[in-house]
Design a protein around this ligand. Structure first.
Ligand code: FNR
Length: 381
């Protein structure tokens, strides 16, 4: 199977599975506990039907949107995800280049493997910097300052990861940073030598956003320790309000699920929220963002930008989310599998397929612009 044989999410996933050592594939593919929420995220779209209009003259489709102050050519952005150079040696460089080519945003994770500054210099595309809240308040301020100097347009604080999710697949394989593989995990690496050669022949794997704070090589601090020792479980709304004031620009909270929290985000001056359960990787049993979307949009949609992510695999999923009132959607695994399968060419193919699916969907729905999508054309089962 080659990239040109990939026509959808499932094909990319299959190809990624062939290329990646099992523990790395499972790190991407897996979720928390019984992975119920992860499955529900996608299943939630199937409870909702589209009711198209016809004969509306749909030759020219404009799918551009303005979200978080950024004009995007399409309403789909690449959600921040960690450790991308583990999936393909080009990592964030490939994703940023592909996002720039398709005129959309890329969320650079603070657990990313290419520096924010390098990515900003390479692509003058709207870039989002995703970060976590540290016990060391001066570190939080330094990170924001660094982002400001790099020319980041949007700060995104992830608030659903105050402790790590229970990812049992990672426990079974021994996946951790630095690697501490079980025997079974080592065997899985052994049978994918092409990945190993590629990994070893490229520059050393680092976490440049955290540089001196997490040492990958000597294992001074593992990622799990980073979460337990460095992140601040006492983080509260006052702390975040201070960050919002300090940043004084587009500020988005990622991982908001309740109406009460969405209202609070508005009160403290956030300009956007990402309705997300972290792709089912944190609290298993939490509701699918798509199921929760209408309530959130009704409560705050006229005051801040509501973005949603989780389970999006098709242009029609995007159509449904936008019709309910989301300003844009984020995708995670949808671009990570093609990244693993084929680097930048893979991510470009994925974005291209999603863009054409959305364009086709809009035509078949009888809409020429995103603001013509509405709840009138949705029915829930
Ligand atoms: C993530 N996600 C994530 N979110 C975040 O705020 N910071 C991060 O570093 C990461 N890292 C990460 C790694 C991997 C491998 C995955 C799959 C996800 C969550 C991500 O931004 C997004 O919320 C979900 O991926 C959306 O769900 P789908 O599209 O993967 O179903």
């Amino acid at each position: 199977m080659r990239l040109r044989d990939c026509h959808n999410f499932h094909d990319f996933r299959k190809l990624a599975r062939r290329r990646l050592p099992g523990p790395i594939f499972d790190y991407i593919d897996g979720a928390a506990d019984d992975e119920v929420t992860h499955r529900r995220n996608t299943a939630s779209f199937e409870r909702c039907d589209l009711v198209p209009n016809v004969l509306r003259g749909v030759e020219n489709i404009d799918m551009s949107v303005t979200v978080l102050g950024q004009k995007l050519a399409m309403p789909i952005y690449c959600s921040p995800t960690a450790l991308q150079r583990l999936f393909h040696h080009t990592g964030e460089r490939a994703v940023a280049a592909a996002a720039a080519k398709y005129g959309t945003m890329f969320g650079v994770s603070s657990l990313g493997t290419v520096s924010l500054e390098e990515l900003r210099k390479a692509h003058d595309t709207p870039q989002v910097y995703q970060f976590y809240y540290h016990r060391d308040r001066s570190l939080n301020r330094t990170m924001m300052q660094r982002a400001k100097e790099a020319g980041v347009q949007v700060m995104m604080l992830t608030v659903d990861s105050i402790t790590g999710g229970n990812r049992e697949r990672d426990k079974r394989t021994g996946f951790s940073i630095p690697f501490r593989l079980t025997l079974a995990g080592m065997y899985q690496f052994g049978i994918k030598p092409a990945w190993g050669i590629n990994y070893l022949t490229h520059e050393r794997f680092k976490l440049p956003q955290l540089d001196q704070h997490v040492d990958m090589g000597s294992g001074a601090l593992s990622i799990s320790k980073y979460f337990t020792e460095m992140l601040d479980p006492s983080m509260n709304w006052d702390d975040v309000a201070e960050m919002v004031r300090l940043w004084n620009g587009q500020f988005c909270l990622k991982g908001v699920m309740s109406v009460a929290d969405a209202r609070r985000a508005v009160e403290i001056g956030c300009t956007g929220i990402v309705l997300s359960n972290h792709g089912g990787r944190q609290l298993d049993g939490s509701r699918a963002p798509f199921d929760q979307l209408a309530e959130i949009v009704d409560a705050v949609g006229d005051r801040i930008d509501v973005i949603m992510d989780g389970g999006i695999q098709r242009g029609t999923h995007v159509l449904k989310a936008l019709s309910l009132g989301a300003k844009a959607v984020g995708v995670g695994r949808y671009y990570l599998y093609p990244l693993a399968a084929a680097g930048q060419a893979g991510v470009e193919r994925a974005l291209d397929l999603m863009r054409s699916e959305l364009e086709r969907g809009m035509k078949l729905m009888g809409c020429t612009a995103i603001n013509q999508l509405s709840r009138e054309n949705l029915r829930f089962r």
